[in-house]
Design a protein around this ligand. Structure first.
Ligand SMILES: [Zn+2]
Length: 301
């Protein structure tokens, strides 16, 4: 494949960076019969450290991020998390390791991007490990689903994983998107979504379940296998392919979303599902007719 083929569409390159690592409980990765509050407070098992992926899309209209990682302040600032039983819950939910060189700004710089060049950051949802870079993105437009944004105003956001003071940061430019019917048969079985630039290359799709307003981003271009960035719909795409849902979220909605994504995969052989914490995402991004490699080098086709 020639360079001309690689750059024929509006997207030049897709890369991935990770803002540190996170360990969670195995019961979080794959649903069990144990109720959430049982395993959350009793499980002694933790996964190996998982990445906290931020996807970086070089689009003709500007640099687009999908998710923004975990804030390093969460491991350096004792006041980052709420106190009391809510704080204990956060402590039991996930353990982070974030080195000084693993901030969003530093990770982007390592692959040759100035964070000031980010035009849009799309958030899969508003949990801590997806909104952590917001303070570094005051110049960008922050895109979130309207349903997810509205959930901030519902009772007890902190118990639902929403740290309002780290989300509704003064000075940010938010754009809420509401999925509209899309007459695009190529996104079936999805029937609604939001075409970010109106060119079909980046289409946001409603994928509720992990949270009510979770969204995914379909990335497409000529000569390349499509990508579907799914946030926390799954922590392991092999489990998603087997129809197995995670242990956090609305299981019915997660099952419906998982079915839709698997049907989309069937209709688009080669489609790579890229989860936020899947250690396999880096190789999924670079294998076959993909877009790039995570160290910033161009794919060879
Ligand atoms: Zn989440």
């Amino acid at each position: 494949m020639t360079n001309a083929n690689l750059t024929a569409g509006p997207i030049q390159r897709v890369s991935m960076v990770s803002t540190g690592s996170v360990s969670i409980h195995p019961e979080h990765v794959a649903a069990t019969r144990k109720p959430l509050y049982w395993w959350l407070f009793t499980s002694r098992r933790w996964t190996a450290p998982l990445p906290i992926n931020v996807y970086v899309v070089e689009h003709r209209e500007g640099l687009v991020l999908f998710d923004t990682g975990q804030d390093r302040a969460s491991v350096t600032d004792p006041g980052y998390f709420p106190g009391g039983i809510t704080g204990v819950m956060y402590d039991r939910l996930a353990r982070f390791e974030i080195a000084p060189e693993q901030t969003l700004t530093a990770r982007l710089a390592a692959i040759g991007h100035d964070i000031r060049d980010v035009r849009i950051a799309v958030l899969s949802h508003l949990h801590q490990d997806h909104i952590g870079g917001l303070r570094e993105l005051a110049h960008a437009e922050i895109v979130v689903s309207g349903r997810e944004w509205d959930s901030l105003a519902e009772p007890l956001p902190e118990l639902r994983g929403l740290l309002r003071s780290h989300i509704d940061v003064p000075g940010l430019r938010w754009r809420r998107v509401d999925h509209e019917p899309l007459a695009d048969p190529s996104i079936a079985p999805f029937a609604s979504g939001h075409d970010l630039f109106g060119d079909g290359s980046l289409v946001l799709l409603p994928t509720p379940g992990h949270t009510p307003g979770s969204l995914s981003m379909l990335v497409r271009g000529p000569g390349r296998a499509p990508l579907l960035m799914v946030g926390d719909v799954t922590y392991d795409t092999r489990l998603l392919e087997a129809g197995h849902v995670p242990g956090v979220g609305d299981k019915g909605e997660l099952a419906d979303t998982t079915r839709l994504i698997n049907e989309l995969r069937t209709r688009h052989p080669g489609l790579a599902v890229l989860a936020a914490h899947d250690p396999g995402a880096a190789s999924a991004l670079t294998s076959g007719r993909r877009w790039s490699v995570d160290n910033g080098a161009h794919a060879s086709g």
